[in-house]
Design a protein around this ligand. Structure first.
Ligand code: NAD
Length: 473
């Protein structure tokens, strides 16, 4: 294939048309048939586990335990959850009727959206390509997946897994970078499921507008953690250290920074240090933490830290760069101010700033003055304070006295709000994201109820309408 945008575009059109033609038969598939597809996907993933672990090490030295915990386990759990519930979810849902059409039947039918595009990022490159796929396939769609160009070894495994479980008419993988993504977006997909950064999310929405495609945007941003005076500090420190340095901080819902009462900062620092020591004493921290994904992203980390220290921030922990392995040791900084890049962009790396506040309302005001976060973490044992924070702030999701783990419950819809995303998925929310909820009213046919509403509107009809209006009001 000649690698110009134009030729890519034309061949994508052919690929899209093939999936479109096939999607008509997918609409007719039963829950049993779709579950069999999920079983095939499960078997294909399982057969490629070792290859995936090697690929992710080659891409960004992701520790094998983290591959199992964060890429494979949640996929298997999601497949299990779909298999258990799919036939129930697919069933048309009966809803009640309202006067005067009480004799008909009202139902919501879940029909597949049709042909959908999944664009994935590099930070959890396998899970974030395949988790939406589970929902898309279960909902009866044909799917094109575009993995990230930053994790090419993993992208190859995704292609192999998909090729061994599906025909390209049903699910295909198109590898490549931004140009490939843009060329795919020229096709009139019925739904675009995008996971990535907020600026690119805006581009995706623009492209979707051309065809009025549906969108789910799983975006990023700064997810703060609030620690109040009643919090269990050692537990909070351990949880924050784990959540921040998992995947070297390259997690969309990693705690980005901590809002803490100024008077507690010193005590909390000591707890953070202790927590880090326990992580490191078990094995070498450098091996148990992923590398930064690319030289560009690694240099970004350097720049963020340099900018912060030049403007007066203090490094309290870590700050050691290992250029050969593109690693940065877990780093905690204080004395940060809003003019530092660290406090302006999503950090997406192993740097944790501590921001001193006077009281909880200060922390709430800080959050409300910025973009709505994807996740908001609260460490407190005061239920009044917890409610106060939840009620006065808006975020995609929230986790009380823990971090990150809210993503693991398939009963909880996962997604952002406004700048951190549109729509959500996981479990039923995912099934709905890839389905159209079609309203169907099936009228009773023995006699025509509507007749009483037809013109001409003589005095008797007017009387009837008057009576009806009274009833409705
Ligand atoms: P990114 O936005 O740079 O890229 C994501 C995907 O979009 C890639 O496949 C890329 O090829 C494609 N892309 C990039 N620019 C494009 C353009 N102009 N037009 C069309 N396609 C384009 O994101 P990333 O760097 O891969 O991932 C990191 C970001 O993703 C972070 O902001 C993170 O918070 C966010 N994220 C969010 C979630 C979530 O579930 N909400 C999960 C993981 C990552």
């Amino acid at each position: 294939m000649e690698n110009t945008l134009h030729s890519v575009d034309l061949s994508f059109s052919a690929l899209y048309q093939k999936q479109l033609a096939f999607s008509h038969s997918l609409r007719l598939t039963s829950a049993k048939e779709r579950i069999a597809k999920l079983d095939r996907l499960h078997a294909a993933v399982s057969a490629h586990e070792e290859a995936l672990i090697e690929a992710m090490w080659a891409d960004f030295k992701k520790p094998s335990v983290e591959v199992k915990l964060t890429e494979l386990a949640p996929l298997y759990m999601e497949i299990k959850h779909f298999k258990k519930n799919l036939s129930k979810w697919m069933r048309p849902k009966k809803v009640s009727n309202h006067f005067p059409f009480l004799l008909g039947k009202s139902r919501i039918h879940y029909e597949p959206k049709g042909v959908v595009l999944i664009i994935a990022p590099w930070n959890y490159p396998f899970y974030l390509a395949l988790a939406p796929l589970i929902a898309a396939v279960a909902a009866g769609n044909a799917v094109t997946i575009k993995p990230s160009e930053f994790t090419t070894h993993t992208a190859k495994i995704i292609s192999k897994v998909i090729a061994s479980a599906f025909t390209p008419d049903e699910v295909q993988v198109v590898e490549g970078g931004i140009e490939v993504s843009q060329a795919l977006l020229e096709q009139p997909f019925h739904h675009i499921f995008f996971t990535g950064s907020t600026p690119v999310g805006r581009e995706i929405m623009k492209a979707a507008a051309k065809h009025l495609a549906g969108v789910t945007l799983e975006l990023g941003g700064k997810s703060p953690a609030i620690i109040d005076e009643s919090a269990d500090l050692p537990a909070a420190a351990a949880k924050l250290m784990w959540g921040k340095f998992l995947n070297a901080g390259q997690t969309c819902i990693a705690p980005d920074y901590v809002l803490i009462n100024k008077d507690m900062t010193t005590v909390f620092m000591a707890e953070l240090e202790k927590a880090l020591e326990t992580f490191e004493s078990k094995s070498k921290a450098s091996v148990d933490m992923s590398a930064i994904v690319s030289e560009r992203h690694y240099q970004r980390m350097r720049h963020l830290l340099q900018d912060a220290t030049e403007k007066g921030a203090k490094i309290l922990l870590g700050g050691h760069f290992d250029n050969e392995n593109r690693r940065l040791s877990p780093t905690v900084v204080t004395e940060v101010t809003s003019d530092m890049l660290l406090m302006q962009e999503e950090i997406f790396g192993p740097i944790l700033p501590l921001v001193g506040v006077k009281h909880t309302q200060d922390a709430i005001d800080h959050i409300n003055a910025n973009d709505k976060p994807l996740a908001l973490y609260v460490f407190s044992r005061n239920s009044f304070k917890i409610d106060q924070i939840l009620q006065q702030t808006s975020s995609g999701g929230s986790c009380i006295n823990d971090v990150v783990v809210h993503i693991t419950n398939p009963e909880l819809p996962f997604g952002g709000i406004n700048q951190s995303g549109l729509g959500n998925y996981h479990g039923l929310a995912g099934f709905k994201a890839f389905s159209h909820e079609k309203s169907v009213f099936h009228q009773f046919t023995r006699f025509n109820v509507n007749k009483m509403l037809y013109p001409p509107y003589g005095p008797q009809k007017q009387k009837l309408i008057k009576w009806l209006m009274k009833l409705i009001k």
